[in-house]
Design a protein around this ligand. Sequence first.
Ligand code: HEM
Length: 561
Amino acid sequence: MTWHFAQLKAPISSNRVTGDVYTSGEMGKGLNGEHLLLILAKDLFRLTTTLKQKSRLEKHVSDQRDQQKSLTTTDAGIPAASDEYSLSVGPNGPLLLQDHYLVQKMAQFNRERVPERVVHAKGSGAFGYFEVTEDVTQWTRAAFLNTVGKRTPVLIRFSTVAGELGSADTVRDPRGFAIKFYTEEGNYDLVGNNTPIFFVRDPQKFQDFIHSQKRMADTDMRSNNAQWDFWSLSPESAHQVTFLMSDRGTPRSWRQMNGYSSHTFMWINARGDKFWVKYHFKTEQGIANFTDAEAKAMTAEDPDYHRRDLREAIQKKDYPVWRLEMQIMPFEDAATYRFNPFDLTKVWPHKDYPPITIGRLVLDRNPENFFAEIEQAAFEPANMVPGIGPSPDKMLLGRLFSYPDTHRYRIGTNYLQLPVNQPRVEVHSYNKDGSMRYRHNGDQPVYAPNSYGGPQADPERYPEPGWFTSGEIMRSAYTLHAEDNDFVQPGNLYRHVLSKTDREHLINNIVGHMSQGVERFIQERTVTTYWYQVDRELGARVAKGLGLEIASELSASVGGE
Ligand code: HEM
């Protein structure tokens, strides 16, 4: 035992000394004996002085460390007897059950993980603030937006969608862009993506869509075949898939991409006037994307590339900034707009509703503890503050239920009491108890109505944001507006927004993806009923890339060209 210890120690201490001696030896090369002796004597003196200084310094540092060091305790705060040794009978055991600290360490370790998010599992984020730069009181009464110059603390979490907790940041996928505003009227969560549109328009299809993107039942591997099968049978996905297969599907960093509400929301001003709005957070760092090859190379080189990039930028005080631009539609326009403005697969053309800049978002603080502040962060689209409400977008309405439900399962009943999720205002609800509850309202009455001074809602002051609706109960697609069509907007994206190089990359990316494990009949269907419909040239080029011969009568495009 002693022998082993000595063996281990020797190289460490001798290394420290020999490092300096080798240096003087090197310097002595090529000199005569007298000079060498002189230099060696000087070196010896310098070495002794350095060692003395070093040991004084080391002692000073270790004294300082001792002063700063806090005592290890158990989680109950009791000083622990050792960081290294379990409690045993004699040096060679057995171990004793009364070693409470060891038992606690093992038990806590076994429970370190909470389930990862069912989607958007891999991500990270940072804190910062939102600042109002334009008077928006004509459109909304939201208190955090009521004064130019007002700042509200925020948390943002960025993420990929389909991969698991340990997956790579740079894979082709939409990126989550979830914002929590800690406002004076409670938390406002805007849970968007870096894409202004989405794959489906009815929440009934969301779970199936995600299943098609994640691992298969039999192989437990992802399947391109399943992805194209689902997409080609869901024409409403064409717009988002065109976006995803372009280089925007592989952003260079989170700092260099935009964030969108994607959904339409309602804004209500102090007079009760209502507007339909969309949020666009435009990156001030400029859009930058990886090509497919660059993204794949980075996946292998650094799976945490985006996470690292954000953290390091903030560490260097190179704070990322986004400009908030709003598209605002008068309430009455929606009924007769040329396409359904609440359809999440569509954008509102800027010429119809020009974006108005109203604020800036800045990230300037990294989380101190990833688990506590990012992994346990819980965003929920249902968190809307007075002056902001939902729209009839069915996807948004579905999401209002989904998120708090998943948080209760993933984090626990009282997830809203965790510091990162808890609002910066007092909470006075009639909800009570449940697992791990620690905040409470003392002896506040536990039911309403009551005669004992419990909190009271004020429906006059805080009316429910809503709209008039009536109709037979049914399962149905949205009523079509005059120009509703799944292929016109992706066609315009292909022809008028993407550059020539972007179009080439898009085609290569589609062909590359569809060449990997996609069955012939799904390739054919996707080309004829999907890409040809978006744009004839796009269809023809994808067909050529896949070596498909498509009969001309099948290839009539409805996307415009
Ligand atoms: C019916 C449609 C949808 C459903 C049911 C749904 C459901 C979910 C669920 C269950 C999570 C995991 C949440 C967690 O564990 O914390 C999640 C995360 C997320 N979803 Fe959705 N989602 C839908 C559509 C969308 C859309 C349209 C967007 C963007 C416009 C979006 C953006 C996000 C983001 C950004 C996250 C990650 C939030 C975070 O960073 O914690 N989702 N979604």
